[in-house]
Ligand binder design. Structure first.
Ligand code: MOS
Length: 732
């Protein structure tokens, strides 16, 4: 089934289930510990051994020797696989650039170079420590500032250029020219990467924790040089991913190699201190933004130039992407530079591009509004655009950013703030208010599902879609229930198994809109099967309702129709290029109140509010959870998160949760989320878009702007930690 024109009126416009605040259907399993995570799947394969990773302790160079004898003789050790014995292994180069395993070359710190398989974790870990590795060390490159100074004036290969930016900026009545810095960040999801691997008759099954089942099945087959048909991936429950589990990671490869050599199932978890340097991260950026405007606030010139680091051959962080679309302005310049460095692979992390880009752009907009003497929300509204600013013939499908600004302002009481910084006090706290706009694209991916109507009338939905804590189980169940006229508790959803039809997977905030579209397509196919079964030619003449189907005068239960055996239908929703004739994106406005201690400079969040425009909200409970989770992550980005680089040794020093700080409950105040009541027929049959990444976008800048409003000190170098402003606080 092809989605090749905007959705017309359909069952979701008269919904009884979709759009209702529905607690997640997997909630009881989660809170009672019965939703097993990858490392806990003790029942899937008998006789599991434990593999402990061996990782490089240099960032660049070559392994000359690995001494494994002492480890092999250690208690409980069954097998050891080293990177020297496997030789180089293929890299699935459409997704990744860093090797996961194999060969003598070390490309980054904590690259996996071996796995020790033993009866217990303690035995494997103790033996791994006995392996001696000799290296020839080479010096890598780790200096983003130096790379920026070299490339700062190079505009020879811009991402885009519209009009004459330089002339318009020169002529503008009010201008801003500033640089902003964002550090590398780690996904720091709750559940570390983990896999159990078992071989049988040359076929491999991996029970793991992964966002994109089909990508990973293909990648594992490529890496191990196998037929993808002989690889099965299963990942029904995932303790967070944020992009770190989009791809095959070393845990799966080590488990597969360890299991092959040991001749028994092997499970491998990446210990937390290995996660930051062994897996991917969001690259650090330096961003220069120039904005020129007329005195009335209209932007006439805007330039965003950014550099980020990348593993050689990679794509870095697309920090400029939102600036191509977000605000109006006739003269525009977008430049992206890459600095190849020998850090671990930089790749996607929640809202890749926009999250880091808006951290800069939305401070710049705040600074510009102040220069204009204009309210920052009003300044943004004045520069709203309903068409692509780079290509005015291309409209946005639905864009209600100004309504986000208005609704958010009103609910937050934005009008009461004092625009002059450093004026508000509450006891020992300086009070500040900040806001920011948010933009995030909302792509779609083809998504398939299989539905099985059971003889007892229940419906089983099977798709390799994943639920990374987002609520996929619930919205897919709601979609199937709605389309088939079933109560929610008669629908069972099974996810994350590569034996199921290939879905969109969880990434790029495309999961909800895409996977529900695939479920809808499969249910429509089932409706046709049911019509055939009861001898009706025109499926549209059937009404599916109350676990039954009605045609004219006749009414029968779905159970009675399937009484002789299950009825199965499978279908894929394919999103055609016509979806891209308009820009499908999501928008939000964030408002934040902070207190900054007058003496210590400590920041305390006091209130947060987001107003979001993301099409039909399929489930207000799970969507809200996505947004408030994103807001928490934005607080981390604003105030804490920093993968600090040791430029001598070439690795992230802050590689555990004691050093890489993320917000805890005590850091987070009341959060409010408003969803605009919008529909986007261009986006999907359900007229829905993504919210999972939108919730993060813009938040950090809103916090930074609030700190500025509280203190009068402008920090343009994230995270906003007190060493960067303490000496400039207003005199007590
Ligand atoms: Mo997302 S960064 O595509 O998980």
């Amino acid at each position: 089934m092809e989605f090749n024109e905007p959705a017309g009126e359909n069952v979701f416009d008269h919904s009884k289930v979709v759009g209702r605040p529905t607690p997640r259907v997997d909630g009881p399993l989660k809170v009672s510990g019965r939703a097993p995570y990858a490392y806990e799947r003790h029942d899937v394969a008998e006789g599991q051994l434990v593999g402990y990773p061996v990782v490089s302790t240099i960032a660049q160079g070559r392994i000359t020797n690995m001494e494994t004898e002492a480890a092999l003789n250690a208690p409980g050790v069954v097998a050891i696989v080293t990177t020297l014995e496997t030789g180089e292994m293929p890299i699935p180069s459409d997704m990744n650039v860093a090797p996961l395993f194999g060969g003598a070359e070390v490309a980054h710190y904590h690259q996996a170079i071996g796995v020790v398989v033993a009866d217990t974790l303690e035995q494997a870990r103790a033996a791994a420590a006995l392996i001696k590795v000799d290296y020839d060390v080479t010096k890598g490159s780790y200096d983003l500032e130096a790379a920026w100074q070299e490339k700062r004036e190079d505009r020879s290969d811009p991402v885009s250029r519209v009009g004459d930016f330089e002339a318009a900026f020169e002529a503008a009545e009010v201008t801003l020219d500033q640089e902003y810095r964002t550090p590398s960040q780690s996904h720091a999801m709750m559940e570390p990467h983990a896999s159990i691997a078992a071989w049988k008759d040359g076929k491999l099954t991996v029970w793991t924790s992964n966002q994109m089942i089909e990508w990973t099945r293909q990648a594992l087959a490529t890496t191990l040089e196998m037929d993808p048909e002989d690889v099965r991936i299963d990942s029904p429950f995932i303790g967070g991913g944020f992009g770190s589990k989009l791809f095959l990671r070393a845990d799966s490869v080590l488990a597969a190699l360890g299991a092959r050599k040991a001749g028994r199932p092997v499970k491998v978890m990446l210990p937390r201190p290995m996660v930051m340097n062994n897996t991917t991260h969001r690259a650090s950026t330096i961003q220069r933004i120039r904005i020129g405007a007329q005195q009335d606030g209209k932007i006439t010139a805007i330039a965003h130039e950014a550099i980020s680091h990348t593993f050689p051959g990679g794509d870095g962080e697309n920090a400029i992407s939102q600036t191509q679309k977000f605000y109006a302005g006739e003269n525009r310049l977008i430049v992206k530079h890459l600095a190849e460095m020998h850090l671990p692979e930089a790749n996607a992390m929640r809202a890749p591009g926009e999250a880091a880009g808006l951290m800069a752009l939305e401070i710049a907009m705040d600074e510009m509004a102040e220069k204009l003497g204009m309210d920052p929300a009003e300044f943004r509204a004045i520069n709203d655009t309903q068409v692509d600013p780079e290509d005015p013939d291309k409209p946005f499908s639905e864009r209600h950013f100004v309504e986000c600004l208005n609704r958010g302002s009103e609910a937050f009481g934005w009008g009461d703030r004092n625009a002059t910084p450093g004026q508000r006090r509450d006891g020992n706290w300086l009070i500040g208010h900040g806001m920011a706009g948010a933009y995030r694209g909302s792509p779609a991916q083809d998504s398939g599902a299989r539905v099985r109507l059971q003889p007892d009338g229940r419906l089983i939905v099977e798709t390799d879609m994943t639920d990374i804590g987002t609520g996929s189980y619930t919205i897919i169940a709601q979609t199937a229930a709605e389309t088939m006229g079933l109560p929610l508790d008669m629908v069972e959803v099974r996810l994350g198994d590569s034996d199921f039809p290939v879905s969109a997977g969880s990434g790029g905030q495309w999961g909800a809109a895409s996977s529900t579209a695939g479920t809808y397509a499969a249910c429509l196919a089932l409706r046709s099967e049911i019509a055939k079964k009861i001898g009706v030619n025109d499926t549209d003449s059937l009404t599916f309702k109350n676990a039954g189907v009605r045609t004219g005068e006749k009414q029968m239960t779905l159970a009675s129709i399937a009484s002789e055996g299950e009825i199965v239908a499978e279908y894929t929703m394919e999103f055609s290029d016509s979806r891209d004739e308009e820009i499908v994106s999501t928008f939000a406005a964030h408002f934040v109140e902070v207190g900054v201690h007058v003496a210590t400079g400590e920041i305390r969040l006091r209130r947060m509010l987001a107003a979001c425009d993301a099409g039909r909200i399929l489930n207000p409970i799970t969507a809200r959870s996505q947004v408030i989770g994103g807001m928490v992550m934005g607080v981390g980005a604003a105030m804490m998160e920093d993968l600090a680089i040791d430029e001598g040794r070439g690795f992230f020093v802050t590689h555990d949760l004691a050093n890489y700080e993320v917000p805890v409950h005590m850091d987070i105040p009341d959060q409010e989320v408003i969803f605009l009541d919008t529909l986007d027929p261009q986006s999907s049959p359900l007229k829905a878009k993504g919210v999972g990444e939108l919730g993060l976008c813009g938040v950090a800048a809103a916090v930074a702007n609030a700190v500025y409003n509280a203190t009068g000190v402008r920090v343009r170098d994230y995270p906003v930690t007190l060493d960067k402003y303490l000496d400039q606080l207003p005199a007590v």
